[in-house]
Design a binder for this molecule. Structure first.
Ligand SMILES: *Cc1c(COP(=O)(O)O)cnc(C)c1O
Length: 464
């Protein structure tokens, strides 16, 4: 394929893509295939000679789409959504072609400056105060790791970077048991260690208990351990738990601990002012992550981290070897110094397209609809005695069990979930909540309708 062939094949891909998005709702959400069946269709070695693009394209059409789980399917209700609005897809097509590496302002002036402006736009859209700046990562996992490394270095007076963690007293990080496994990963790979992540018990409302947090900090200090930071959960993945930000940050300030808020999923909802009570006190956080690639409609990957002051993170992650020096470096932002990888994609363009193509009002409508429709579904499921709602809707997420009289609800729910997902009309996943096997229902696909969401009830009725 040469540059002259670009138009033909790109147009062909666009036509295929438009058709795919229009018809994806007719496919089963999840394919029914056995592990290994796709790999076995591919030769075990790459071709020695060039192949005809027509054949490559045909193989794609024949092999790939029907062997994919369709995340852009309007009845995808599993995990959390990974949305790709059409505007963001188009922006990514342009980014694919320009293919810039955006490590320095000099290597990508427009990308750097649009990234700065998009972080400001989103800061304002989420109602965060003006002192927040930030950057775009690939994933919330990376943003959280960046924050945990920053906590580590602040606690060690920036000595860990040089000396390593040898002969240091162990550092301690605190979080509730409702936080995502990316926090566990961050403490593991930052060298802090899993056993120094202290999971604080939650209260009846699944908020981290501030009294137990303070007790843990005091007891650690008394034992010569070094408290380093607190991770605050805003919209936990399992059941959508929200910590009480204000009471946690109050303690963080008392003991001078850095705070990082994981709002990977729920952050998008904060474009609607009425949900911001769910993170009251957020203005005093040090670091906040949210994924526009989950609910907002920016296609993956796109994870925004807001920082009240980027200095500590830049001092932790930034390096300026000779070959990365540029003349204007004190006047500009070189975003590689804010993030873990050196090389960076131009992720801001899809935000620019997305926010302009739908406007905040369009995006607010989408989110409000999802929340309302999920609540309607919850009500309907709850009114059927065969089912039991276990945790109520938090934004657009609730959990339930199938509880037919005389049967073990955990077992019955697990069997039902298998049936649902073999059926393929909808796709749901599970979690364990207080030793109960529950089905998670969450909606957020950019183009899903009330009817798509209500289909869940029909499927439940049909299969039980
Ligand atoms: C999805 C999710 C993550 C992980 O996000 P990635 O971008 O895939 O790393 C972290 N925390 C919460 C609460 C999430 O929902």
């Amino acid at each position: 394929m040469e540059i002259i062939d670009y138009k033909k094949w790109s147009n062909r891909a666009t036509e295929w893509g438009a058709d795919y998005l229009q018809n994806v709702g007719k496919k089963p959400v999840r394919p029914n295939i056995t592990p290994g069946s796709i790999a076995s269709l591919l030769p075990s070695n790459p071709p020695e000679d060039a192949e005809d693009p027509e054949v490559i394209f045909k193989d794609f059409e024949n092999i790939v789409p029907d062997a994919m789980t369709h995340w852009q399917h309007p009845r995808f209700f599993a995990y959390f959504p990974s949305n790709a609005s059409v505007a963001s897809i188009i922006a990514e097509q342009l980014v694919n072609t320009v293919a810039a590496q955006c490590m320095l302002w000099q290597t990508s002036p427009a990308a750097t400056e649009i990234e700065q402006v998009m972080v400001q736009w989103l800061r304002s859209a989420l109602g965060l105060p003006e002192h927040f700046t930030g950057t775009i990562h690939d994933a919330a996992t990376t943003a959280t790791l960046s924050a945990v490394l920053t906590m580590r270095e602040l606690a060690l007076g920036h000595n860990g970077l040089q000396e390593g963690l040898f002969q240091q007293s162990p550092l301690r990080i605190y979080a509730s048991a409702q936080t995502h496994s990316s926090i566990d990963k961050a403490v593991r790979i930052s060298g802090i260690g899993q056993k120094n992540l202290i999971k604080i018990e939650t209260n009846d409302n699944f908020e981290m208990r501030a009294d137990l947090l303070e007790q843990a900090i005091l007891s650690d200090i008394a034992n010569n351990l070094k408290p380093a930071g607190i991770i605050i959960c805003i919209g936990g993945t399992s059941i959508g738990a929200f910590d009480d930000v204000k009471s946690i940050i109050k303690i963080a300030k008392k003991y001078r601990l850095y705070t990082h808020v994981d709002a990977a999923w729920a952050g998008s909802a904060m474009i609607c002012p009425e949900y911001r009570t769910l993170w009251n006190g957020i203005e005093d956080a040090d670091s906040i992550v949210f994924n526009p690639h989950k609910w907002l409609g920016a296609q993956a990957d796109c994870s925004v981290q807001f920082l009240s002051d980027p200095t500590a993170q830049i001092n932790t992650l930034g390096l300026r070897p000779d070959y990365l020096q540029t003349l204007e470096q004190d006047e500009v932002t070189n975003f590689n110094e804010w993030t873990i990888p050196l090389g960076r994609r131009f992720r801001a363009l899809k935000l620019w397209f997305l926010l302009r193509a739908y406007g905040l009002n369009g995006l607010r409508n989408m989110i409000r609809n999802h929340i309302k429709w999920v609540e309607d579904l919850e009500e309907k499921i709850n009114s059927n005695p065969k089912f039991k709602v276990i945790t109520n809707s938090r934004l657009a997420l609730f959990t339930f069990q199938y509880a037919p009289v005389g049967e073990d609800a955990n077992e019955a729910t697990e069997v039902l979930l298998k049936k649902i997902n073999n059926d393929g009309t909808i796709y749901l996943t599970q979690t364990m909540h207080e030793d109960q096997f529950v089905i998670r229902m969450t909606a957020g696909q950019f183009y899903c309708t009330r009817e798509d969401i209500m289909t869940v009830y029909d499927v439940l009725e049909n299969l039980t």
